[in-house]
Design a protein around this ligand. Structure first.
Ligand SMILES: Cc1cc2nc3c(=O)[nH]c(=O)nc-3n(C[C@H](O)[C@H](O)[C@H](O)COP(=O)(O)OP(=O)(O)OC[C@H]3O[C@@H](n4cnc5c(N)ncnc54)[C@H](O)[C@@H]3O)c2cc1C
Length: 449
């Protein structure tokens, strides 16, 4: 970890002092107290020098970016850093400029204006001559004639197109899932809906006990009674092992949030509104608001209609090229080497590579580590890598726990190399653990630490 002297160093880009979050890799203004992506505090920030881009080529090309999320903005930045004169258009069906999507659940109880979580202020786009086309639905791409076609019939000719349409929440087809008081949080409009109904919400059911479900549960528990329903046999099933899942259950209950595992939901009850969530067992959990957090599906429709290869997401190579000439893809909608974690650091890195290559530079995408953090419920959690998920493998483990203090530290090894880690209660080691994972630290070395 950096020393306080190093933290005092002032490094600027334009008028801003920038820092890097050592947990998720996001680079942002040092004035922020928490990372806008993963939410960790300034103990995990380090001053950062922005890499100088050497490749420069000014052209009159038109770059059309579909989607203004993390990947789209990162691609726009990468293009403008290399090409000062090209036209850059960024199209979104949302009504607002790009924002830090992960903050939607992390600040659900406090967020009042999307400007609070904007990635860049409005005048940044003017200064960088990036034209936002908002409230516009992309309908299709005419790959042969290099045109993007919008729902209202507008046609936009491109030289290079970046497909960054992200993902949408998956809502399982329960009876009643279409009711207005059943909300999956993907964009600011979803948060606004929750805010508008909040004053008459007494009971909330969150469907899905993954990290985003737990973030939403924690935020909603500040003003309502909350129950989390999880279909699997533990919470955060993708990231935690059995002991950690059980501990998270205790922590959740300790702050007054109820949860139920093995919850097979059959119906969301209540005529036009919502009165509860019914399980196969017949139990009904009362609710006047249901928040669904059951994972995401890549937005592939526009690409697949245009003949672009899809394998659950848009298939890209290491340069983020799709099979269609001059069309790149990045972010939650893209899959490289069979992997799509749908996380922010992956979207920004893919966006950077897509934008740089579209501008004529040569960058290869390096897979980002799958790590997550959670802060809330009077605890903190960090989970990364493979935490014993492959039953066919013989893992070695190192475990330290203190049940009274609700602390858990566990390391998973395959062939003597560190492949996964879970920290609950005390996450102060997470940067060191992240580094150890990157280098595949040995079992012997970790035992000595
Ligand atoms: C509530 C929440 C919390 C999260 N927390 C974390 C976290 O803590 N850490 C982490 O790493 N990741 C987190 N994520 C995931 C992270 O936010 C995503 O991986 C990232 O935002 C993906 O960026 P993207 O640019 O690929 O896609 P998106 O951000 O989805 O952007 C795509 C944009 O394209 C628009 N669009 C889609 N279809 C069309 C169309 N046909 N026409 C026009 N526009 C269209 C969408 O509306 C959207 O604005 C979270 C996600 C959510 C929803």
């Amino acid at each position: 970890m950096e020393t306080s002297n190093e933290k005092d160093v002032k490094l600027t880009k334009g008028s801003r002092t920038l820092v890097k979050c050592m947990v998720c890799g996001e680079i942002f203004d040092s004035a922020l107290e928490n990372c806008p992506v993963c939410g960790v505090g300034s103990d995990f920030f380090s001053p950062v020098e922005v890499e100088a881009v050497e490749y420069k080529k000014n052209t009159e090309e038109v770059f059309v970016i579909l989607g203004n999320g993390a990947a789209g903005v990162s691609a726009a930045e990468a293009i403008r850093e290399r090409n000062e004169t090209a036209v850059i258009l960024m199209i979104s069906n949302e009504a607002v400029i790009s924002y830090n999507r992960p903050m939607l659940t992390k600040s659900l109880s406090t967020l009042t204006d999307v400007k609070e979580i904007a990635i860049h202020e409005e005048n940044w786009y003017e200064r960088n001559r990036i034209q936002n086309i908002l409230n516009s639905q992309v309908k299709s791409i005419d790959v042969e004639n290099k045109k993007v076609i919008l729902e209202d019939g507008t046609q936009i000719v491109y030289d290079k197109c970046i497909y960054a349409l992200g993902a949408e929440c998956f809502i399982p087809p329960f009876n009643g899932a279409g009711k207005p008081r059943v909300i999956a949080i993907r964009n600011i409009a979803d948060v606004n809906k929750i805010r508008e109904m909040k004053s008459n919400v007494k009971n909330v059911v969150v469907i899905g006990g993954g990290v985003l479900g737990l973030e939403a549960a924690w935020e909603m528990s500040k003003s309502a009674a909350v129950t989390v329903l999880e279909v699997a046999d533990k919470l955060m099933v993708r990231q935690l092992d059995d002991a950690a899942g059980t501990l998270m259950g205790e922590i959740i209950q300790g702050v007054g949030i109820q949860f139920r595992i093995n919850a097979k939901i059959v119906e969301i009850t209540g005529g036009d509104t919502v009165s509860g969530v019914k399980l196969e067992s017949g139990e009904i959990y009362p609710a006047d608001l249901v928040i669904v957090s059951c994972g995401v599906r890549a937005n592939t429709n526009v690409a697949s209609q245009s003949g672009i290869t899809i394998d659950r997401a848009v298939v890209v190579n290491e340069k983020m090229e799709t099979n269609a000439k001059d069309i790149y893809a990045c972010g939650d909608c893209a899959v490289y080497n069979g992997v799509n974690y749908a996380i922010w650091p992956q979207a920004t890195e893919m966006g950077k590579v897509a934008g740089a290559n579209a501008a004529g530079d040569l960058l290869e995408y390096q897979q980002v580590p799958a790590a997550l953090t959670f802060e809330g419920m009077n605890t903190a959690l960090y989970a990364a890598g493979d935490n014993g998920k492959l039953p066919s493998k013989a893992y070695q483990t190192i475990e330290y726990r203190d049940d009274e203090k609700k602390m858990y530290e566990k390391y998973y090894f395959l062939q003597e190399k560190l492949v996964g880690a879970i920290l609950i209660g005390d996450t102060s080691k997470m940067i060191a653990v992240g580094e150890a994972l990157k280098e595949g630290c040995s079992y012997q070395k970790m035992r000595k630490q």
